[in-house]
Design a protein around this ligand. Structure first.
Ligand code: ADP
Length: 433
């Protein structure tokens, strides 16, 4: 069988980010496969882009670099013409990384001395101006992200933030240049390169900016960005938006939401779901010593079993900042995160065992833990629910060699409208193949 070469090889540092990126590529006319982790075998499907989903945002820097290099090597072995490193649109990272170290190691791997980087995603109200990241009308450092449980973002100046994580010099391509279009951007890139700048943060305020940037990135071996830049790349491969790429199998089975995100948008979504009188059950992290974990899981699943036939239900650990601090003081931030993730993952598995086949998973780390626990290894990308969040379809191993077809929405913490938790299922029922 003749295969045309893979165009775009993407590496995402978490799973919601991976579906977010895949969603943007699909909407721009690419056939996309998302894999969970680096595949063992060669690519068999005929696709334009592969998004390898890693869980490398908050692991150690060395582990993140190693996983990203593995993904890069696999993608290049499949013929990827351009590598896209996808991180969060709120630039989630710490002074140790992992964004900077991963970018620099990928630069070495593809053999380039220059790349650009921008978390701009105007459709989701992430804009970059003079190197400063805004979330809606607030600077990143006043957006709520300064309180994130694992990656608090207290500086909005991305040139400074990234320079602290990088050995190579970091520079800026400002909005005035971007506004002049692709040739001006290319000129500025040449200039920065001459000055010895290796990584340039790029301002972008609108989709039009991203389309110009995309055109300027044709032939750049490595791009690093949130998902926004993806809308400008398919044009470089002669691809245009088309509909049928996003049809998933028909949805069936029970509906459930598992939420471990403590981000503001998710907290509003949890509140809205509860306020509409739908069944919701909070997970109390302080009860979760390792010994009691199975009891807590069993209790919640018993509660869920009776309610699942009646419609969507929610299990959540999502909590406001003061409750998160209390839990972290008692258990340690990382330990609390890991314990809650593994508990929610066990609950997600239990819900599928009870017949849930449509799952909304809220939170990047949370949904990664759940998808891994479910044993799903590949995701097909369907229609968008809200910017950055598509429905996906994958198969999970089931007892006796069978598999369950699952519809999954992997929602990044700060994505989605307030009624996302009910809207998502309605969108799925409305989508008929
Ligand atoms: P987001 O997409 O909003 O960043 P994540 O799932 O990526 O959400 O990250 C949230 C982190 O906070 C996870 O590690 C999760 O286990 C942890 N967490 C969730 N609920 C609580 C809580 N009540 N207290 C402390 N940590 C929590």
């Amino acid at each position: 069988m003749h295969h045309h070469p893979l165009r775009l090889g993407c590496i995402a540092d978490d799973f919601t980010g991976a579906t977010d990126l895949a969603n943007n590529l699909v909407r721009c006319g690419m056939r996309v496969l998302q894999t969970i982790g680096v595949p063992m075998q060669a690519l068999k499907s005929e696709v334009d882009a592969v998004v390898v989903a890693l869980k490398s945002r908050t692991c150690s820097r060395d582990e993140a670099v190693q996983q990203s290099l593995q993904a890069c090597a696999w993608l290049r072995a499949q013929g990827a013409q351009q590598i896209y490193f996808k991180y969060c649109s709120t630039f989630d990272s710490t002074p140790q990384g992992n964004i900077g170290p991963v970018i620099e190691s990928l630069m070495d791997a593809v053999g380039t001395d220059f790349t650009v980087t921008t978390p701009a995603f105007p459709a989701n109200q992430r804009t970059v101006f003079q190197g400063h990241l805004f979330v809606g009308d607030a600077l990143l450092s006043e957006s709520g992200m300064q309180l994130h449980p694992l990656t608090p973002m207290t500086d909005s100046n991305l040139v400074r933030v990234l320079q602290a994580q990088c050995d190579r010099p970091v520079g800026l391509i400002d909005f005035a240049t971007v506004a002049q279009g692709a040739p001006a951007i290319r000129q500025r890139i040449a200039q920065l390169r001459q000055q010895g700048v290796a990584v340039a943060v790029v301002d972008a305020l609108s989709d039009a900016d991203l389309m110009q940037l995309g055109a300027a990135l044709k032939d750049m071996p490595l791009v690093s960005a949130a998902s926004g830049v993806a809308i400008g790349l398919p044009q470089n491969f002669g691809l245009a938006p088309s509909d049928p790429v996003s049809v998933l199998p028909r949805a069936s089975g029970y509906q459930a939401i598992v939420s471990g995100s403590c981000s503001r948008a998710t907290l509003r979504q949890v509140q809205r779901f509860i306020a509409s009188g739908l069944p919701a059950r909070a997970l109390d992290p302080l009860r979760l010593t390792n010994a009691a974990q199975q009891d807590v899981v069993d209790e919640i699943l018993t509660w869920a079993q009776a309610l699942l036939p009646q419609g969507p239900l929610l299990v959540y650990s999502s909590a406001p900042a003061d409750a998160v601090s209390a839990t972290q003081n008692a258990l340690g931030a990382r330990a609390a995160g890991a314990l809650i993730e593994s508990t929610l993952a066990a609950i997600a598995r239990g819900l599928v065992a009870l017949g849930a086949r449509q799952l909304v998973l809220a939170g990047g780390e949370t949904s990664a833990a759940c998808v891994q626990a479910l044993g799903v290894t590949r995701l097909q990308i369907g229609a968008q629910i809200d910017p950055g969040v598509p429905w996906c379809y994958g198969r999970a191993p089931a007892p006796e060699g069978a598999t369950h077809g699952l519809h999954l929405a992997l929602k990044s913490g700060n994505f989605g409208r307030d009624d996302f938790f009910t809207q998502a299922f309605q969108a799925l029922q409305g989508a008929r193949p």
